[in-house]
Design a binder for this molecule. Structure first.
Ligand code: PXP
Length: 237
């Protein structure tokens, strides 16, 4: 079974829109854990417009499940993760002002930089994952950095799933197989939802973990958080 890491950034966005502490981000994370989430993901950005650095410290002390921090490895981000020491850090190439991540790394171009960052994380005992597209050369260069895992950027799968699912998933199966041959663990995320997730997992059964935020938190408005997490977990069997 692949692990479900719930990205709670949207919960922090809702809280920040009013000031105060409703909804309580830490309590939501703990409830996700109780409802069966295997992990919690956050994406702190330099402007702290959703998850704040303070949240990250508090989550580390409150959570029992796997904690994944994703973001661009700026010096501020690296200071934070080295202090917090989550189970996993996912390296994302997006600039600070980006609305959301919209592409994986050019690992060939950034191989030196990423190798240094992965080295620092490995030394600190933190599992590293590099956010990538399905280009095989990109995955080959990700492996050269010494990273433990790659996370496949699944927006292109999600956006073409409704046309021909088999065509949509094919490059991800190929990329996933190549990553496995290179000894890399495999995560996936972005725009996964209750319609497209089960098919993705069925076609890539060796998938280690997905991180899902936007659709899951939106579904929870209708279904409630517990039933939503249970429904996503069923897709990952
Ligand atoms: N993985 C990465 C690297 C991301 O940046 C995001 C969005 O924050 C996700 C996964 C989750 O995407 P979504 O919110 O569309 O589920």
């Amino acid at each position: 079974m692949a692990k479900l890491s719930v990205n709670i950034n949207k919960v922090a966005t809702l809280r920040n829109s009013r000031g105060g502490n409703i909804p309580d981000v830490i309590q939501v994370a703990k409830d996700c854990e109780i409802f069966g989430a295997d992990g919690i993901t956050v994406h702190p950005r330099p402007d702290e417009r959703h998850i704040r650095y303070d949240d990250v410290y508090e989550l580390k002390s409150e959570l029992k499940v796997e904690f994944n921090i994703e973001g661009y490895p700026s010096s501020g981000f690296m200071d934070l993760v080295l202090k917090v020491r989550p189970h996993q850090v996912t390296l994302v190439p997006d600039p600070p002002e980006a609305l959301t991540s919209s592409a994986g790394w050019d690992t060939k171009q950034n191989v030196g930089f990423l190798t240094d960052i992965v080295g620092v994380l490995t030394e600190a005992g933190i599992r590293s994952s590099i956010f990538v597209g399905t280009d095989l050369e990109v995955i080959e260069y990700a492996a050269k950095t010494g990273t433990d895992r790659v996370e496949l950027y699944t927006e292109p799968y999600a956006s073409s799933y409704s046309i021909v699912p088999a065509v949509a998933v094919a490059p991800f199966v190929e990329a996933g197989k190549f990553a496995r041959e290179l000894g890399l663990g495999l995560n996936a995320g972005h725009d996964l939802n209750l319609n497209n997730l089960a098919y993705f997992k069925q076609n890539i059964p060796w998938l280690d973990e997905v991180s899902i935020g936007h659709a899951l938190i939106s579904d929870a408005l209708y279904m409630g958080l517990q039933k939503t997490i249970e429904a996503y977990k069923k897709c990952l069997i």
